[in-house]
Design a protein around this ligand. Structure first.
Ligand SMILES: *Cc1c(COP(=O)(O)O)cnc(C)c1O
Length: 367
């Protein structure tokens, strides 16, 4: 990564604003009032660089992080170096992984009775730390509540384990009125009580904003740290952490009646000035951004015209004199919130951010 933000570039530019990240972290710390904030930095920090994100959040006080894959945990442990932190591994103890999990000092989130068995037998004769995931309605990972009851009735299965945390995950936290939220809260409250000595954690970003009843001892925000709203819509309290921009390669005037791009899906109904940008789906602009997508330039939204290509998009710059080759247009950022850009492409901030491709040049802003 380059250290300076002001660079002339011929490629898309992804700027990671670490001060905005810290600001969002502070918002979530205040909202979660008293609960530990344990950032989710899986998928390379939602595509924005887990080492950089975790490093800045460690400086801001975060001491627990969540990754999905073992490889992510190993890489994060290496990146944190001598900065002490708990790294929770959401995949848990996958077959054969126990030695590598221990070697990297990761805390597995045990998702099933076989995973409990695997970690307990790996620990034999010692005591190893673990989190326990109890499913409360997502039906993805986690023990069923009745399996957790079985476990507490057969404590020898946990003989060599210290269950320091019990977690569950909300399926509908971005929809506050969804009845599954209260149902999961009730099931979690009951299941967590089986492990009174452990800490308890239920809320992701959306869950934090469902209120204090959902906070327990620890919350696990991901998307809202990175600027995505907890309701899958922009939230004015949160700042854009990722800004994706791309330079204009060429402008042209398209006469009325001519089409633009593959499939000739857009035909100019009047003389139209068009800017061609050096960015496409190979950089992470969703192909589905056509026909509702736009970019931001010179104080206004500028609609995409025609299909997104691998390397190029076309944008309407009629009556915009500032549109000149080399000028940078914003695809996602402070003026074009990631939730809006995602919605225009029929997707979410999560998918948009994690799909920004390596070809976009990375730049860091803020300390
Ligand atoms: C990804 C994830 C989170 C973070 O979710 P956000 O919606 O991004 O805040 C929290 N908990 C679990 C188990 C996850 O998989």
């Amino acid at each position: 990564m380059s250290a300076k933000a002001a660079v002339v570039t011929d490629t898309a530019l992804l700027t990671l604003d670490l001060d905005a990240l810290a600001s969002n972290h502070a918002v979530l710390v205040a909202e979660a009032a008293g609960a530990e904030v344990a950032p989710a930095v899986k998928a390379d920090g939602y595509g924005l660089s887990a080492p950089l994100v975790a490093g800045r959040l460690w400086d801001a006080g975060a001491r627990s992080f969540y990754v999905a894959r073992l490889s992510e945990g190993v890489a994060l442990r290496r990146a944190l170096g001598d900065r002490v932190a708990t790294i929770y591994l959401l995949d848990g103890v996958t077959p054969g992984a126990a030695p590598a999990i221990e070697a990297a000092g990761l805390t597995p989130v045990l998702n099933s009775l076989p995973q409990v068995e695997a970690w307990n037998s790996h620990a034999r004769g010692r005591t190893l730390d673990a989190a326990l995931h109890i499913d409360t309605g997502m039906n993805r990972l986690g023990l069923r509540p009745e399996e957790a009851v079985v476990l507490t009735g057969a404590m020898d299965r946990l003989k060599f384990l210290n269950i320091s945390l019990v977690v569950s995950h909300l399926a509908c936290a971005s929809q506050p009125d969804h009845p599954l939220n209260a149902r999961q809260l009730a099931r979690f409250t009951e299941a967590a009580a089986l492990f009174p000595d452990a800490r308890h954690s239920l809320a992701n970003s959306g869950g934090i904003f469902l209120g204090p009843a959902y906070h327990f001892d620890q919350v696990r925000p991901g998307i809202s740290l990175y600027g995505g709203g907890p309701l899958d819509a922009p939230d004015p309290r949160l700042k854009a952490v990722a800004t994706l921009e791309a330079p204009i390669l060429q402008t042209r005037v398209v006469p009325r009646g001519e089409s633009i791009g593959y499939g000739a899906t857009f035909t100019a109904t009047q003389t139209t000035r068009v800017a061609i940008l050096a960015v496409g789906y190979a950089d992470g602009v969703p192909r589905a951004a056509h026909p509702r997508g736009a970019v931001w330039f010179d104080g206004a939204r500028r609609p995409l015209l025609g299909r997104v290509s691998m390397d190029l998009i076309a944008v309407d710059v009629t009556d915009c004199d500032a549109a000149r080759p080399g000028a940078m247009m914003q695809i996602v950022g402070p003026d074009l919130p990631v939730d809006d850009a995602a919605a225009a492409a029929g997707t979410t901030a999560y998918e948009l951010l994690t799909r920004i491709a390596p070809r976009a040049r990375r730049v860091i802003k803020g300390g």
